[in-house]
Ligand binder design. Structure first.
Ligand code: ADP
Length: 450
């Protein structure tokens, strides 16, 4: 039994979560799963996007309108009601600046969503490809079905009466998609190597050179590079080539980074980005949660906001003191017990009880990206995924596992144990797959679509 649904967090349009629920049955037919996915690709993509737009579209458009310097009050002029698009695709003439703006935001969102949805399909395809290879020509059939869906995509929009004035979007979108398809490197991560490596000391900002026209309007006449010294960058990030890209993403890790967040070298590439930590905390809200490998506290801080009590464990006292310091900055340290020790030994003592156990064990540093299929049974530390699962289940039936994006999905599903279910989440941030989160236990698997 399987299921596919898409969840998107509130108004955070750039953070997408794709979910599937699987039963850990040895006879689970992945070929069939992928085949059905490919055949229904177009309608699924459409359905999920329209659901998303119905829930969040107006807020996103209004926020963007305001953020780009427009007057918020203009948004709700009476005119808008007679000429806006609704999720059913009912569309009337565009005649106000707001309508034009609304349409452009819709098109932007649709483009991003389409790209991410395609990547999601690719990632799933890649991680289940073993079964495809043994399953004959399914691969070819799937891609044919997919190609067809791209060709039909805008026709479908037209039929639905949705905005189709995607002239420039359509062109870019298609180019992008086909480039993606050619790309051999399927796993491009949040901190992927495609990122610009700015390991030199200066950041160059492009600034516009302008001159005033006789009507007093500023006109861009050229561009000039401006050097800005990097300030307050931790020494170790400057010393190691390729590490500055992590620093550039500091606010994605902790939005309050500038208030004095502390991270050691390892944590820069292993801490959970804040938007994902917030999403997980919302999903896992309960009375008591154990964060078994808490590191510098990215997850624990967010758990403290949604759970009554958090038990944060780490074997490294330095990381634990950083976690406490960081939790203080977010004003939540009084809700967290910080315990220094080996999770494996402590759990064997039988002293712990909690509603949920969250496992974010060491992935083995950034080299995990080199694997096409990350073997969760041999590469995770301090022990295999199944041993960790066995230990966690002595504390609670509800276990969430935060894993590398290239984890072998079949192994992850198997962890549920025969006949049990597992929910897989693909977490995308800014169109990059950051990680996979697997949920086990009836208390935390979402049942709404089954
Ligand atoms: P990686 O960068 O390889 O993913 P992490 O930094 O994410 O590693 O590791 C997660 C945390 O797990 C680290 O803070 C580490 O100190 C902690 N840790 C490792 N082994 C144990 C253990 N046996 N018990 C508790 N914490 C551990």
């Amino acid at each position: 039994m399987y299921n596919c649904c898409v969840e998107i967090t509130g108004s955070q349009a750039w953070f997408y979560v794709f979910n599937q629920v699987f039963e850990a049955d040895e006879n689970l037919n992945f070929d069939q799963y992928l085949n059905e996915f490919a055949i229904n690709y177009g309608p699924l993509q459409q359905k999920f996007f329209l659901e998303f737009w119905f829930l969040n579209g107006d807020t996103i458009a209004a926020d963007e309108y305001w953020r780009r310097g427009n007057n918020r009050e203009l948004i709700n002029t009476g005119e808008e009601e007679t000429s806006t698009y609704n999720y059913k695709g009912e569309c009337t003439e565009i005649n106000t600046p707001w309508d034009v703006f609304y349409e452009s935001i819709y098109a932007e969102q649709f483009e991003t969503y389409s790209i991410i949805f395609y990547k999601y399909y690719q990632h799933l395809h890649q991680s289940l490809r073993e079964s495809i290879e043994t399953g004959g020509n399914v691969d070819i059939d799937q891609n044919q079905a997919l190609d067809k869906s791209f060709v039909d995509e805008f026709k479908q929009l037209e039929l639905l009466g949705l905005p189709t004035a995607f002239g420039r979007y359509q062109k870019n979108f298609k180019t992008h998609i086909y480039e993606e398809k050619k790309s051999e490197q399927i796993y491009s991560g949040f901190f992927s190597d495609e990122d610009i490596d700015c390991s030199d000391m200066d950041v160059e900002d492009e600034i516009n050179l302008t001159e005033k026209t006789k009507h007093g309007i500023k006109k861009v006449i050229g561009k000039k590079k401006k050097n800005r010294k990097l300030r307050n960058v931790p020494e170790f990030l400057l010393e190691t080539k390729g590490m500055l890209k992590y620093w550039r993403k500091r606010f994605s890790l902790f939005s309050r980074y500038d208030e004095g967040i502390r991270l050691d070298c390892e944590s820069w590439f292993s801490v959970t980005p804040e938007k994902i930590a917030i999403h997980l905390a919302n999903r896992l809200q309960c009375d008591i949660i154990i964060d078994a490998f808490c590191g510098c506290g990215g997850n624990s801080i967010q758990f403290a906001k949604t759970c009554k009590h958090v038990i944060s464990i780490d074997i490294d006292p330095v990381k634990l003191s950083m976690a406490k310091h960081n939790a203080d900055i977010y004003g939540v340290s009084d809700k967290i017990d910080f315990i220094c020790g080996d999770f494996l030994q402590m759990s064997r003592s039988g002293r712990f009880r909690s509603n949920v156990v969250f496992l974010s064990p060491p992935w083995g540093g950034p080299k995990y990206k080199r694997e096409i299929d990350y073997d969760v049974e041999s590469f995770l530390q301090p022990c295999s995924a199944s041993e960790l699962m066995e230990i966690a289940k002595t504390i609670s039936k509800n276990v969430a596992f935060y894993l590398p994006r290239n984890s072998c999905v079949k192994q992850v599903i198997k962890l549920a144990g025969k006949g049990n279910q597992c929910e897989l989440e693909h977490n995308y941030l800014d169109s990059r797959l950051v990680a996979i989160t697997a949920f086990y236990g009836e208390g935390i698997i979402s049942t709404k679509q089954r």
